[in-house]
Design a binder for this molecule. Structure first.
Ligand code: PLP
Length: 459
């Protein structure tokens, strides 16, 4: 329960808090939904209610709520040494141990064995852009500064990461930087080329090469890609897509940055999204599931060859000039270590794979023949119902997100957080979700879909 009366909290929230992705004038009328606790997949609201967290917060609370062992590990670290910078040669035990552990967790043949921990995903991507440019510069390729990112991508909100984000909603009054260039991606349901794999010849990957050639390979530092585009709508690439992308990068000496901020740490049913497509990235960004949100943490993984190039070819006396006050934060790294212990001990990656498959199958059984559901996609604990006006790719009701927002609201009223993402109703429950939880979740979504659909007659 909250320590202050709920009505007072709601009033103070309206008066003092700014909420991301929220229309301020609407919020002042509607007020907040105050969350005060949680256990497993369920959240406790300030008015004493309970709701299933069908989205793991923001795709990140992988181990679920109320894991006191993480709190204990953090408290112990905070009592001993809450924070000290890792600039220069200062170091700390949790960050060292976390780096060593990740080197073992990433697939052995990828050579991903050097890490810099950040505070989240945006600054992980910022750091990787900096590393990619530095890598080229120390080899004498000073002009390689451009970064390609794919349509429907979300890479964060800070200046460079926000420029790599291509979802148009993030660019109102805020133009991307000139060095960031959009390119195609495999959103097969809405294929830009009106083709279907495997007969499409991967025109979307070829478009990446077209943009590299158009700009001049000697100006391109990196391509950044999410293994599964999360915020874009759980967009899962076909087999072989990433082989093509890797070949294109290699052909033009361009680094491949894999943004595993959502897909890392079991979300897709493997430890990392790269394992599904055999991707060999040069740089990896991660965040979210590494600490399940118990404390802020992100980071970059650097392939050994890239690390060694920067180490050996940087001008003598030039330090690595990337540095956030909270890089390699000991208390956040302690939270991550305890979080990884839970994932390993409880077999949550396997659970994500098995129960995730059951979630997808259950959604298909319940809703595949729903007239407003055009496609049901999923991998691990990620699933989306693509909802369109029958036989089209257009939004139901004629305006973007009207239908999916209404379904999300109805789910909330029935005790489930499901997110409206463009024309998708999306789910990403914690990795500890059980089959009977899935039955409950799918029951609520199906009911909400049926009820809301009645308000949107199709003929
Ligand atoms: N990259 C991806 C794929 C994301 O989904 C996100 C956040 O949702 C980010 C980067 C940015 O992470 P953060 O919000 O921690 O800065």
């Amino acid at each position: 329960m909250a320590t202050v009366p709920v009505s007072r909290l709601e009033q103070l929230d309206r008066e003092h808090l700014i909420h991301p992705i929220t229309e301020l004038r609407v919020h002042e009328v509607k007020g907040p939904r105050v969350i005060v606790g949680g256990k497993g997949i369920r959240l406790e609201t300030a008015d004493g209610g309970s709701v299933i967290d069908g989205f793991s917060g923001l795709f990140n609370i992988n181990v679920g709520h109320g894991r006191t062992e993480i709190a204990d590990a953090v408290a112990e670290q905070m009592r001993r040494m809450p924070y000290y910078p890792s600039f220069w040669d200062f170091s700390n035990e949790p960050a060292i141990l976390l780096g060593e552990r990740l080197a073992r967790l990433f697939p052995a043949d990828r050579g991903l064995d050097h890490f810099l921990f950040t505070t989240g995903g945006s600054d992980a991507n910022e750091t990787n852009f900096r590393i990619a440019r530095l890598y080229h510069a120390v080899r004498g390729d000073h002009e390689r500064k451009k970064v390609l990112s794919r349509r429907w991508s979300y890479h964060g909100i800070t200046r460079a990461a926000g420029s790599a984000t291509t979802l148009p909603a993030y660019h109102a009054f805020y133009e991307p930087e000139a060095n960031f260039l959009p390119t195609s991606m495999p959103y097969c349901f809405r294929c830009e080329f009106k083709k279907t794999p495997p007969d499409c010849e991967f025109l979307c990957a070829n478009d990446v090469e077209e943009v590299i050639k158009r700009e001049g390979a000697e100006t391109v530092a990196a391509v950044i890609a999410e293994p599964v585009q999360g915020t874009g709508g759980i967009l899962i690439p076909p087999p072989e897509y990433f082989d093509h992308l890797r070949e294109i990068c290699d052909r033009h000496g361009v680094l491949l940055i894999l943004d595993e901020v959502i897909t890392g740490f079991g979300r897709t049913g493997r430890w990392f999204g790269m394992e599904h497509w055999g991707i060999h990235p040069d740089l990896v960004s991660f965040a979210k599931g590494i600490s399940s949100g118990y404390l802020p943490l992100g980071g970059v993984a650097v392939r050994r060859g890239v690390y060694e190039t920067i180490r050996d070819q940087s001008p003598k006396g030039l330090p690595f000039m990337g540095g956030l006050t909270y890089n390699n934060h000991p208390s956040s790294c302690a939270a991550a270590l305890a979080n990884l212990d839970i994932i390993e001990r409880e077999g949550l990656v396997e659970n994500s794979r098995e129960v995730g498959a059951y979630l997808l199958e259950s959604l298909r059984q319940a809703l595949a023949d729903h007239p407003l559901v055009a496609e049901i996609r999923g991998i691990g604990m990620l699933a989306a119902l693509e909802c369109t006006a029958p036989g089209t790719v257009d939004p139901i009701g004629g305006s973007p997100m009207v239908f999916t927002s209404a379904v999300s609201t109805r789910c909330w009223e029935k005790g489930l957080i499901a997110r409206a993402m463009w024309e998708n109703v999306a789910l990403a429950p914690p990795l500890c979700t059980t089959r009977s939880d899935v039955d409950e979740i799918v029951g609520i979504v199906s009911e909400a879909m049926r009820e809301v659909a009645e308000e949107f007659p199709t003929d």
